[in-house]
Design a protein around this ligand. Sequence first.
Ligand code: ACO
Length: 364
Amino acid sequence: MRILLSRRTHPPGNFPKPNSEASGVSKIKKPLRKAPIRAAITGVFGYVPPDVLTNAELAEMVDTSDEWITERTGIKERHILKGKGLGTSHMGAEAVRGLLKKTGTAPGDVDLLICATTTPDFVFPSSANLICDMCGIRSVGSFDVQAACSGFVYALTIGSQFIETGKFRKIIVVGADKMSTIIDYTDRATCVLFGDGAGAVLLEPSRKFGIIDTVLHSDGAGMPHLHQKAGGSRMPPTAETVAKRLHYVHQEGAAVYKFAVARMADVATELMQRNRLTSDQVDWLVPHQANRRIIEATAERMKLDPKQVMITINKYGNTTAATIPLCLWDYESMLKAGDKLILAAFGGGFTWGGAYLTWAYDPR
Ligand code: ACO
């Protein structure tokens, strides 16, 4: 009886070892494994509008004081975007133009632009779309990501996937927010916290440096504690919603604080554990800037020296999706190629997340 054998006479993947004598090859050299392609930040640029709102000025508007704001939050002043017809995209475009110039990138070389924002110019089109148009970036994919103060970490995570897969080679990730449009300047509990600004980074492939790990989390049960009540599809804008001041940020500060302080530290330590990093191996914590006390508690749980923690809250306040790229922009001259950075953010939703990356360049 003839038995028909398939051409494969061994189970898939279980190839017979070569017979060195028969083949005449004494040693088979294993091919060198290349380091994986990672998304490296190869440039950063920030923009804050020229108008400054100080604690002293706020104390003339609501029942507060420089002492209370400084002690409870760490904020001294924040920048506010003024000027008719200027929205979030104006600041995003300023940051992107600066980034293109600084990195010598032609608008036509950009493959994708992602903008993290909670205060888009319009419900549609996206602010990413508008920024591309304002910067001469034509006909490439662009979209907004909405994850409140964690937005930049979310957008960075998305962008990094396109680089790692080899789909794209130059991606711009922007974090931009004009919080002053959704802040009630008669509510002392929220109006002292926020500012306007934008930051942008360029992501490019690298086998040496870049984003090594990211984590994203969310819990929609946090909505009652931090949200904008009206203006969306659940409660569309009416004369009544405007009269009731429902288009402003509603925040139950103490409840949010409890979550924020725990989750920011959780995400930073989660990244350290997953990547077997001890505190002396971490060079920088790049935290979302909502409250100096939250940042300090996070650094303490990571056992980091305060000198390793980026702080910009004193001069910019909470710029929502812009805080992390603005930190990188501010501290860029102190960063060296190979520095290990942990990014950690927490925001409305609730959302929280972080990234572990190695910095890709020395001060220029
Ligand atoms: N000036 C003076 N007093 C004030 C002010 C102010 N600006 N704001 C609040 N107070 C008063 C309150 O009325 C309260 O007074 P009472 O005790 O008589 O009622 C007292 O100060 C304490 O209020 P708390 O809200 O408990 O103050 P707390 O110490 O918690 O600080 C803060 C408030 C700064 C808002 C803090 O809770 C915080 O940082 N929360 C977290 C913010 C955060 O992380 N948000 C997430 C990101 S934002 C985003 O995603 C859009």
